[in-house]
Design a binder for this molecule. Structure first.
Ligand SMILES: Cc1cc2nc3c(=O)[nH]c(=O)nc-3n(C[C@H](O)[C@H](O)[C@H](O)COP(=O)(O)OP(=O)(O)OC[C@H]3O[C@@H](n4cnc5c(N)ncnc54)[C@H](O)[C@@H]3O)c2cc1C
Length: 455
């Protein structure tokens, strides 16, 4: 990694101000794209080499889309760019005084402007047992793990003769009734209905139980009540056991204990009940909001440090005094705003930029086939088929890459007409020891020399 950082320093030595964007999610990518072909050098650092379209993660987890359909290689995005470089690395810490970030011991990247766009991670509210016994739905690895796990539970249940074990294999608990939990529960219901009925001889759809647990008194708290109630009705009609005013308190290998005192025998707890901002070390001293996001001023500058911005889920950006929700549109608008603000600063504009204002176009979610909800700017609300079609159009529009759009449309069309979720394969994943294990970056020739073998 030290060699990577040196190489980056060599290729980016244009003398123009350097913008270091940490995180290539919705916010970071929008920022880097806006700075493309502008008089700055941009280094976009992400621990993954692709941009992930999180709104469709649950469709990978329920065997409808392939992982590659919702991921787009970052190097492809900036293939022809004269000034944006991409680096796959995890930023470990930030030193705001020296204006450097550390990517591995002894390997630092300097910046003139920093844009922190590291997003958020699963939060289990400090309950380690819950973390160990749940599967999150935040990154691609978790979505494929969940797909493998659910399909494996069905495979195992098909053979199982012990009723108790079978019941726990066929019970799926989803924690969190926000958009992710609702969308996943609806899609899982469809997967089970389609797969269990056709592919498994001994599993009837009625043997399978999906429980959706939400701590508040209704689902989809961020939407108007009417839309939340609609989602609840649709899910119940489709056989999902929805429990509001209920929390998951504890879990072990065989069951989950709920706050109403009941115990659900299950081998599957899907966690969508909480996220918290993902902050590299060095940020501990920064002011944070009640939700632990980094405090930024009305121009998205991190309070108390120089030339550093925070955007997206990690930042407590506000409009009209309200902290913006952890959603992709605010992250993207903030990314573009910060890019413009940096360019004005670089070009020494006479006046500072206007304060950031979020333009809310609306929010939407799907509950399953023919059932969606959409809240459009101005308070307009759609449910049912129209809400579902609106959701499809918007998501195809925002997916990156023509191929991905086409593949998603084909997959949805196929599923709609054929009632089929085709990616029902259980894959064992392995890390690559030849890559993962490289702690010593010295190439073989150097190693041989240091052993005295090169003659
Ligand atoms: C399952 C799911 C479904 C969702 N559905 C919707 C939806 O339908 N509509 C909607 O608007 N929003 C949705 N969201 C929320 C949306 O994904 C986030 O609000 C949005 O991604 C925030 O953008 P961001 O740029 O702040 O972070 P992200 O998009 O999460 O990107 C953060 C990036 O930073 C990288 N990173 C993190 N730490 C480091 C580090 N230390 N070093 C290097 N790289 C790092 C990560 O690899 C990642 O690429 C969903 C989220 C999830 C998990």
């Amino acid at each position: 990694m030290a060699a990577d950082a040196e190489r980056i320093e060599e290729t980016l030595s244009s003398g123009r101000p350097r913008v270091l964007v940490v995180g290539a999610g919705f916010g970071g990518l929008a920022c880097a794209r806006k700075l493309n072909r502008k008089p700055v050098e941009v280094l976009l650092v992400d621990e993954r080499n692709y941009h992930l379209f999180t709104p469709l993660l649950y469709q990978v987890a329920t065997a409808l889309l392939n992982p590659s359909d919702i991921a787009y290689p970052l190097r492809r995005v900036f293939r022809g760019s004269p000034n944006v470089r991409v680096m796959q690395a995890r930023v470990k810490s930030v030193d705001f005084k020296r204006k450097v970030v550390q990517v591995s011991p002894g390997s630092e990247l300097r910046y003139d402007y920093l844009v922190l766009a590291t997003g958020s991670a699963n939060s289990y509210f400090g309950n380690q047992r819950l973390a160990e016994h749940s599967i999150g739905l935040k990154v691609l690895e978790e979505a494929t793990r969940l797909r493998n796990h659910v399909l494996s539970c069905l495979e195992r249940a098909e053979m199982e003769t012990d009723d108790e074990v079978r019941q726990s294999l066929l019970t799926f608990l989803v924690a969190g009734g926000g958009p992710t939990g609702v969308e996943y529960a609806g899609a899982l219901g469809e997967l089970i209905q389609l797969v269990a009925r056709r592919d498994f001889h001994s599993i009837a759809p009625s043997d399978v139980r999906i429980v959706l647990v939400e701590g508040r008194d209704r689902l989809l708290g961020m939407f108007p009540e009417r839309l939340g109630r609609y989602a609840e009705r649709v899910l119940r009609k489709r056989g999902i056991d929805v429990r509001t005013n209920t929390l998951v308190n504890a879990a072990d290998d065989w069951s989950a204990t709920l706050s109403d005192g009941s115990t659900i025998p299950t081998r599957t707890i899907v966690w969508s009940a909480g996220v918290s901002p993902e902050k590299p070390s060095g940020t501990e001293a920064l002011a944070e909001s009640r939700s632990k996001r980094i405090q930024v001023d009305d121009r998205l500058r991190i309070e108390g440090v120089r030339d550093a911005y925070a955007i997206g889920d990690v930042a407590a950006a506000k409009t009209d005094g309200d902290e913006l929700p952890m959603l992709s549109p605010p992250a993207m608008q903030e990314g573009r705003y910060v890019a413009r603000a940096i360019l004005r600063d670089v070009q020494r504009a006479a006046t500072p930029p206007e304060p950031f204002r979020y333009f809310d176009k609306g929010t939407m979610a799907t509950i399953g086939r023919n059932a969606g909800i959409a809240l459009v700017r101005g308070g307009l609300q759609f449910t049912g088929f129209f809400g579902w079609v609106t959701w499809i159009v918007v998501h195809v529009y925002y997916l990156i890459g023509f191929r991905n759009r086409l593949l998603a449309l084909v997959a949805w069309g196929w599923n709609y007409l054929r009632f089929d979720r085709p990616i029902r394969i259980v894959l064992e994943s392995q890390t690559d020891p030849l890559v993962e294990g490289i702690d010593d970056p010295a190439p073989p020739s150097q190693k041989a020399r240091s052993r005295g073998g090169s003659g």
